[in-house]
Design a protein around this ligand. Structure first.
Ligand SMILES: [Zn+2]
Ligand SMILES: [Zn+2]
Length: 347
């Protein structure tokens, strides 16, 4: 079968290879991949910043069809089921985090696309615990975005709850920022999505689609003054930093109300500055939001099934897997690319 493999360290060294089709072991499910998205992590592998084990099949955002069930499976799954899956290829299942379904915190966790083989392949095996059957009305294409949507659900609903009626800032209008703004809008927050001048099209699009209440060019607009104007001068309840730009955490701090919360959704590859005096004096909280868990997936699937989040509308391009190189180039330009992996268009 085909698999997009990072086969050596350094820049490049990624190719579509012919590899053996995996076999499901005890408690595992073999899934034929229908659609698989790519994000900055997969692009980083091409740029030479790959933190995983090598050689490794990339990809961790996908949907597919159950092809085979391993022995001893307890989950209510059948061959032919339409599914998506969490990114955990291995969980110890016994630590206090696993027992609370906080799989993103398991110290022994192995993730697909980094420390285990990923979803940019014709098939992959996943533990039954990681697999979610798709609700009716959620297409396989939409379901390829369950993982990024679940990341935003985790940040907004699980890491900064009770946002109804509050003003929140979201920085970075890429796929994660746009989905974060969309989820915050759905839970009743007034959202201010902030980008750079070069993001003018994405910002206008977010306003048009109703996934942000306000969209600002942070290069030319005084975002703090704008947010003060929306909040009687108090500042935002929460800010979700999704851009990974090192300037944003400390730039957002003075825009928060006293007791406000800064949620870091991006990964920084370094140490952005933090104003600790401001943090103490205004009793701010800085919260990390890493990945997602089983509940984030259930909520993400519910938001899609109920039509509250139109996941397909967040996809910029659908390309055949053979065009992986073009796809990863588009990711570098901030586009959300999904590869069609299955030969015929799956439903
Ligand atoms: Zn991703
Ligand atoms: Zn564990």
């Amino acid at each position: 079968m085909r698999a997009l493999v990072k086969y050596a360290p350094g820049p490049g060294n990624v190719e579509l290879r012919d590899v053996p089709r995996p076999q499901p072991g005890p408690g595992q499910v073999l899934i034929d991949v229908a659609f698989a998205g790519v994000c900055g992590t997969d692009r980083s592998a091409l740029d030479g910043h790959f933190a995983g084990l090598i050689p490794r099949t990339l990809g961790h955002e996908a949907s597919g069809i159950v092809a085979e069930l391993g022995p001893g499976l307890r989950a209510d799954l059948a061959v032919g089921d339409r599914v998506t899956f969490e990114t955990d290829a291995y969980l110890c299942g016994t630590c206090r985090y696993c027992r609370a379904e906080q799989y993103q915190r398991c110290p022994h966790r192995k993730g697909i696309g980094t420390t285990a083989d990923g979803a940019l392949a014709d098939s992959l095996v996943m533990p039954e615990l990681a697999v979610h059957r798709l609700p009716d009305g959620v297409s396989l294409l939409a379901a390829a975005l369950t993982e990024p949507l679940a990341i935003c659900v985790h940040a907004v609903i699980e890491r900064s709850p009770s946002l109804a009626g509050e003003v929140v800032i979201v920085t970075g209008p890429g796929a994660i920022g746009a989905l974060t703004s969309a989820v915050a809008t759905q839970v009743g927050a007034t959202t201010v999505l902030v980008g750079r001048s070069r993001h003018a099209a994405q910002l206008a699009d977010a306003l048009d689609r109703g996934i942000a209440d306000h969209a600002l060019d942070g290069d030319s607009v005084d975002v703090g003054a704008y947010v003060a104007g929306l909040t009687d001068g108090y500042g935002a309840h929460s800010a979700f930093e999704c851009s990974a730009a090192h300037e944003w955490p400390s730039r957002l701090q003075p825009m928060l109300q006293r007791g406000g919360r800064l949620v870091l959704v991006a990964l920084y590859h370094g140490d952005p500055p933090v104003n600790f005096d401001l943090l103490v004096n205004r009793e701010h909280e800085i919260v990390g939001s890493r990945g997602k868990n089983a509940q984030s997936y259930r909520t993400a699937l519910r938001l899609m099934a109920d039509g509250r989040i139109d996941a397909e509308s967040f996809i910029s391009e659908v390309l055949p897997l053979e065009r992986w190189s073009d796809g990863l180039d588009l990711v570098a330009k901030g586009r959300k690319v999904v590869f069609q992996v299955a030969g015929t268009t799956p439903q």
